[in-house]
Design a protein around this ligand. Structure first.
Ligand code: UTP
Length: 290
């Protein structure tokens, strides 16, 4: 079972990152020198994805521009023989097809995914939530595709979250099938700790079947008028069954300010030179008194 298409919803308002996100998409926040969205696109491409649909909105055009060419900049760098800078520019992935569709109103993740209906003809497709940046040896979507290939069922990426954080996640009731692979028996969105089936929380990687669109259409908007994907997944669960896969990798949430800072430090810790320098400097930073 090959998955060649991915959907990346980027039409959210990013209110946890205001005021920055008033005009600049949080997906364009840099992790060192690379915007967070590039890591997501790289994971997709390294997992065999060939076409990506961004579900986008008015303020987010810079994401598409980033993956497009900038002829004047290329001309300028070439003319001045800025070899190193040309190399930096060439690190932006180009070998994929970009599509986009506008979600005119932020009506929830379910609604955002529904905007991909015309784009998907295949049985299964991948969804990446760009807030979840996952550093791993083998790309997480590649790991999940391998699960699909064996079981031919939808797969959700899950992670063991701290118990005191279960109220921030969709939590699954698992039945273990094999190391890291679970059958999902039930799901609950953002439960209080005493109502949580487990501490296995759904994070931003999904392998979904084409018929999810029918379930989303049947889903009624929730309290804030938003169509949540969890409601549609619960129907899918009953009708078709869903697996959960506890992926191998380190996840950083770049959608809120503090965890974003941790994401940059995590990135730095994985680069020898940066790590060495940072270790030294950070001691001094904590000594600063104004
Ligand atoms: P979030 O729940 O993180 O919302 O959406 P958000 O707007 O991005 O951020 P906050 O909570 O206001 O700070 C999860 C993912 O779904 C997308 C977002 O862009 C994000 O990638 N999304 C959400 C949409 O594309 N459309 C929506 O209507 C809602």
């Amino acid at each position: 079972m090959k998955i060649k298409k991915a959907v990346i919803p980027v039409a959210g308002l990013g209110t946890r990152f205001l005021p920055y996100t008033k005009v600049i998409p949080k997906e364009m926040l840099p992790i060192w020198d690379i915007p967070a969205i590039q890591f997501i696109v790289e994971e997709a491409l390294d997992s065999g994805i060939e076409s990506i649909l961004f579900v986008t909105s008015k303020e987010k055009y810079s994401i598409e521009d980033y993956f497009d060419r900038n002829f004047y900049l290329e001309y300028f760098l070439n003319k001045n023989r800025y070899i190193e800078k040309i190399k930096d520019l060439n690190k932006i992935p180009q070998n994929f097809k970009i599509y986009s569709v506008r979600q005119k109103e932020a009506r929830g993740l379910g609604d955002a995914i529904l905007h991909a209906e015309d784009f998907i003809a295949e049985d299964y497709f991948a969804v990446f939530l760009p807030d979840d940046l996952i550093f791993s040896k083998k790309p997480v979507m590649k790991q999940m595709k391998e699960v699909l290939e064996i079981y031919n069922k939808p797969v959700l990426g899950v992670e063991r979250v701290p118990w005191k954080m279960v109220d921030a996640y969709g939590i699954i009731k698992p039945r273990i099938i094999k190391n890291r692979i679970f059958e999902i028996l039930d799901m609950v969105e953002k439960p209080q700790i005493d109502k949580a089936f487990s501490n296995l929380g759904v994070v931003g990687r999904y392998v979904l079947p084409k018929n999810i669109f029918n379930y989303i259409k049947q889903t009624k908007p929730g309290v804030k008028g938003e169509i949540q994907i969890t409601d549609s997944l619960k129907v899918l669960l009953k009708e078709q069954g869903i697996l959960a896969y506890e992926f191998e990798g380190i996840r950083c949430d770049t959608g809120n300010k503090y965890d974003y800072l941790l994401a940059i430090l995590t990135y730095a810790s994985m680069h020898k030179e940066l790590k060495k320098k940072l270790k030294k400097d950070i001691k001094n930073i904590f000594k600063i008194r104004l």
